[in-house]
Structures are given as C-alpha cells and as structure tokens.
Ligand binder design. Sequence first.
Ligand SMILES: Cc1cc2nc3c(=O)[nH]c(=O)nc-3n(C[C@H](O)[C@H](O)[C@H](O)COP(=O)(O)O)c2cc1C
Length: 387
Amino acid sequence: MRKAVSILLLCSTLFALSACGTGGAEESAGGGLKDTQEALSEESEISENIAKTESYTGSNILIAYFTWADNTNVEDKDAAVQSALSHYDSVGDSADYDGVDATTSASVLPPGNTAQMAEWIWQRAGGDLFSITVTEPYFSDYDECLDRAADEKAENARPELVNHIDNMDDYDVVFLGFPNWWYTAPMAVFSFIEEYDLSGKTVVPFCARGTGGLAASVRDITTALPDSAEVLEPIGVYRADITSAETAINEWLDNLGFVVAETNSESVKERKLRMIVDGQKISITLYDTPAANALYDMLPLDLNFEDFNGIEKISYLSQELPTEGEPDGCDPAVGDLCLYAPWGNFSIFYQDFQYSDSLIMLGHIDSGMDVISEMEEDFRVTLERVD
Ligand SMILES: Cc1cc2nc3c(=O)[nH]c(=O)nc-3n(C[C@H](O)[C@H](O)[C@H](O)COP(=O)(O)O)c2cc1C
C-alpha cells in the first residue's frame, strides 16, 4: 500500500521552522494562503503513518532531481541573481540573503538548491544521480521563469526531457527532488514520473522550497505515481537554509533506514597526498578507487595546469587511468579532484559544478584550496605521496 506523510510531518522538518509557520505559498507565486491550506488539508486526507523499519542500500538507489540552475542558460549572471534576489526581497525574507549565501539562494546558478540536497543524499546513501532537464530551458530572469512555470501548470503541460534512463528496472528506490514551483513540483517532474514504470518502487521526495513549504507537491506526486509505489516521508528545506542542511538530511536518511553507503563510509581506505604549487603545500585525500589507485602508483608527478571554463583547473595525464568499476559520473563540488575519462584530464574544481557523465571522483583537497582558486595563469605543480 502506498504511504504518504501526514501534515504534521510536512511541517515538522527541521528547516520548516523558519517558514512553514506562515503556512502560505510564496506570495510571489500568487494565490496566497488559502490555496496552500486547502492543498495541505487534502494532503492530510491521504496521510498515514510511515513505516521506518526497512533498510536500504546504495546499490539500487536512483537520485533524480529537477533544479532551475540545470534548466536555464545564464547570460548575464549579475542580472539573473539580482532578479531572483529582488523577488525574495518582495516577500520580506531578504534578511536571509547576503554575500555568498545570497548568490547561492538565488538558485539560478549551479549548484541549484535541489542539486545541493541531491549531492548530500548521494554522499550519505550512495546510488546514481540524475538531473532532470528540459529540452527548452527556462528563462534565467525570475519573473519570466515564474510566468512560464505558471502557464505550464495551468495547461498541465509535460515538458519534453533531454535525458532518459535506460535501466530503471535496476532501481528499487527513487529519490525524487524538486523545488516548490507554484505550490507543486515543476511540470517536468511529472514528465519524468510518467515516462517510467515506477510500480512497486519506493519513492522518496525531497524539496527545496521558498516560504510556501511543500504545499501540494507531495500530494500531486503521490497521485501521479502508480498505486503500488510506496512514498516515504519527504524532507523540505527552506532555500536560505540549504547550505547548512547536510546534518538534517543525514538524520532524515537515518530515520528512514538508509544505511551509509559503503563507498562513502569511513572504512574506505584513504591516502594523503601533497601538492606543491609555487612553494605552497596543499593537502589532499585520495580515495580508494581503481582510477585513484592507478594515479597513486604514478606518483610523484609534475603536472602543468590550465584553467577550464572558470570552473576547474585541468592537467592532461601522460597515462590513461582505468575506469572499470567506477561510477558512471559524479557531481563535483569545490575542492574535488576528478578524472574526466573521455579527455584523460585530471581536474581540480574550484567552482561547484553539475553532475557530469564520465567524470570520475578521485579525491578531495583538504586544505589550501584558495591557492588553486587564486591562480590566474597556467601553473606547474608537483604531486607526491605523504608517507
Ligand atoms: C518558477 C518558480 C516558482 C516558485 N514557486 C514557489 C512557490 O509556489 N512556493 C515556494 O515556497 N517557493 C516557490 N519558488 C521558490 C523555490 O521553490 C525555491 O527558491 C527553491 O529553493 C529553488 O530550488 P532550485 O534551486 O533547486 O531550483 C518558486 C521558484 C520559481 C523559480
């Protein structure tokens, strides 16, 4: 039998405290309090208590999510961020936004809020990440994006998706992430749900939201799923709280019975490396994976780095690293060391980036990341083991 969450659970997520108390959908998204209360009360009618006795492992988990930043093309970064933030100002929560957090919360630039939540779920529970993207990207101007999203909701549209999953049968658990758009999930999330046979699967919603809470999103998703799908307790995180939500997400996963994925646990063998740049020492943790182990065997190495797209510093290795047994891709954060398998280059990410196929995680910079970020020209490094 399908299980949905109660209204109490919807409002009881740790971060709901900051905004769920208002009970209303975001004013900016129109409609107001009444709509949301109606939606929530309808949701409570389909509610039951949630079973938390099962335990889930990473091998059969898919983490699919929609986030605005992966579904727009930003030409004028400042204008896009300002249009989002001025919008937040108008709903009276501008106090939550300043400096880096302001830019992050605007969510028009990667990583989107939902993408950030997805990454933390992946780090804890394992599985495969999948970003739901539409063939026609949304506007990067907040008001124009709102308008199109409103039209799509009114028409109950099903936007066409770019990427598709060939092996959905392999997954028993599907995390489904989305922002609250107009009191529900973006219509592309329904395109995703309807594309696959999700019968019998365990679906775990997670939502990045504004002041409107989860509104009718979980109810609408539950309705769109086959009856035999089981919907577990969702988590909703208010956008200004996203950057500090990792602990709450881990607790939520623990409560649902998700075990820490083996590849992400502390039992994994890790080694320390040292990178010397301009006489400055950078400390690195190298993971225990086939590609990382092969890199370890090649050390010490002298490498030339160049900038790539203002996001990563890259260096071409003289030897190919093995990729068999590695995940299909990864979602790099600042400080991650990766191999981009098709080009054979080693990458240090100094900006957050989206999930990318064929990108293999090798390790992480523990300290000295600012040295790399501040390099304006090409530079040469020595990479060596710390015994
Ligand atoms: C088109 C659009 C509609 C939105 N509608 C709502 C809404 O009805 N209620 C709400 O609380 N937040 C609303 N928001 C705010 C987003 O839910 C929130 O900023 C979220 O954190 C964005 O996540 P993302 O970065 O993954 O896209 C809307 C945002 C956009 C762009």
